[in-house]
Design a protein around this ligand. Structure first.
Ligand code: NAD
Length: 499
């Protein structure tokens, strides 16, 4: 399985994973109060890779108290916006200077292809940091022409100020650990907040490295803190009264717990949750473009993408051609570790998640569904799942209703586009969707009918820092990216002046 081209891990990354990790609080490593530790694994081999602290509620309180002290002391929000912008741009430069090490670290920990780590996890993230840094100098309120009638003859001027919301708790999943941490970190910092990040227990390593680079870039101590841990640590953070805003990305069931905890303290919250995203291919679809697009959009990161295409609705006139091609390409993909740039399919994040995905596949087998590719286990020590294509899936089958979060495409033929959109919308989720057609009238009509936070046309999955991202229905509350990200980390204050 190992090609000769496998990337050689740098000495810096080898040394980093062997560290005796503490938490990152108030500008440096601090030993955790909790004596519990978490093993972190290399998904390509199943071997232990590193060991981090499993923080408890006392650790979380320590991190939040430090973040609160830094916020109240205005060590960050008190800087000129242009100075915050400059520090964040320096942070982007440091990410760039350390890009290869960060990419290797993420691939070792998360399992994804080194190509994806370089291009997206790190490369796209650097662009995102530079885009968001610019918002620090562009946060504005409004002036309001008010008509307050008393006392007679009085005149008023009102205006609004956008102020940093306070201490942000960022809870991050394991599928794009570095990128999603930064999606929260940088707009929060641009707005003047301080932050405590809790990465996923499976993938805590890059967040710890990000904190060091941010400090080096000039982010003051206490402004960016990291607590590593699992469910208990996340729950303590979500319930902490010192947190002003929770920015959560993860599964819908956990998101509901986080939202419920937040409301007890009136903590602001945003939830980026699960998806079960349809791709709908009309009769005039460009077949080659759609096949490439859906393979990229469905199998990227082994399908461990919240916006991944997983339900593929194809007009019956093109169904056979597209199903056969998807099956042939998926069935021929090479399987291997993420450090091998030639391997097209890499391991899932954990043994637990691999088993969960295999259970979804087993249920589809038991239901008698027709497998065109994959479906059988991979006989390798890492956490691999074969790309799997299942045809003619009925609307009530679990594989088209449940979020699988793995490399599984479920194909459904249709005759009437309106019926296809009805089926696509008949889901508790509404994160993303794609439409494949060059029939302008049909596309413009159908885009409006799709219940999803993002709709791509003739493409599936590309994001841009300026494009709002978030879910309809049970895929979440709130939007990240663009001005919406900044909005989410500010409070609006009205100021009314009598004169
Ligand atoms: P998860 O919900 O299991 O965990 C997410 C984070 O929450 C982890 O850091 C976890 O430790 C923490 N957590 C667990 N219990 C908690 C609790 N009670 N209170 C607070 N925090 C708690 O999700 P996951 O398995 O890490 O990630 C996969 C899920 O994330 C999928 O459902 C996927 O669709 C979703 N996701 C959504 C987006 C998006 O932008 N909409 C992006 C990526 C992933």
């Amino acid at each position: 399985m190992n090609s000769n081209n496998a990337v050689v891990v740098s000495d810096a990354v080898k040394a980093f994973v062997q560290r005796d990790f503490g938490l990152f609080i108030n500008g440096g490593p601090q030993p955790a109060h909790s004596a519990r530790r978490l093993d972190v694994f290399n998904p390509a081999t199943g071997e232990p890779l590193a060991n981090v602290a499993d923080a408890d509620a006392i650790d979380v309180d320590n991190a939040v108290t430090n973040a609160r002290a830094a916020f109240d002391a205005r060590v960050w929000s008190g800087l000129r916006p242009a100075d915050r912008d400059r520090v964040l741009l320096h942070f982007a430069d440091l990410l760039e200077a350390n890009a290869e090490d960060l990419a290797q670290l993420e691939t070792l920990n998360q399992g994804k292809s080194i190509n994806l780590s370089r291009a997206v996890e790190v490369g796209a993230t650097i662009e995102y940091v530079r885009y968001m840094a610019g918002w620090a100098t562009k946060i504005t309120g409004e002036t309001l022409d008010v008509s307050i009638p008393f006392p007679p003859g009085a005149r008023y001027t009102a205006y609004t100020r956008k102020e940093p919301v306070g201490v942000v708790a960022a809870i991050v999943p394991w599928n794009f650990p570095l990128m999603i941490a930064v999606w929260k970190l940088v707009p929060a910092l641009a707005a003047g907040c301080t932050i405590v990040i809790k990465p996923s227990p499976e993938t805590p390593l890059t967040a710890l490295r990000l904190a060091e680079l941010a400090l080096e870039a000039g982010v003051p101590p206490g402004v960016f803190n990291v607590v590593t841990g699992g469910r208990e640590c996340g729950a303590a953070l979500a319930a902490h009264p010192g947190v002003s805003k929770i920015s959560f990305t993860g599964s819908t069931p956990t998101g509901k717990l986080v939202g419920t905890a937040a409301v007890q303290n009136m903590t602001r919250f945003s939830l980026e949750l699960g998806g079960k995203n349809p791709a709908v291919m009309l009769a005039d679809v460009d077949v080659d473009q759609a096949i490439q697009g859906v393979l990229a959009g469905g199998l990227l990161n082994q399908g461990q993408v919240c916006a991944a295409a997983s339900r593929i609705y194809v007009h019956r006139s093109k169904y056979r051609q597209i199903a056969d091609a998807l099956a042939e390409i998926a069935g021929a993909m090479t399987i291997g570790p993420g450090l091998d740039p030639a391997a097209q399919v890499n391991p899932l994040v954990s043994a637990l998640h691999r088993d969960r995905v295999q259970q979804h596949i087993a249920r589809a087998h038991d239901a008698g569904l027709r497998f065109l590719a994959g479906g059988t286990p991979v006989d390798l020590p890492g956490y691999y799942v074969r790309p799997t294509v299942i045809a003619d899936v009925p609307h009530d089958a679990a594989i088209v209703r449940d979020e699988v979060f793995g490399p599984v495409l479920a194909l459904v033929p249709f005759d009437d586009p309106v019926e296809a959109i009805r089926l696509a919308n008949d889901s508790p989720y509404g994160l993303a969707a794609s439409l494949w057609s060059n029939d302008l009238r049909a596309v413009m009509n159908l885009v409006q009918q799709i219940d999803a936070g993002t709709v791509w046309v003739n493409s599936h999955v590309p994001l841009d820092p300026s494009m709002p991202f978030g879910g309809y229905k049970q895929s979440g509350i709130g939007r990240e990216f663009g001005k919406y990200a900044i909005e989410g980390f500010t409070e609006t204050k009205s100021v009314c002046i009598a004169h």
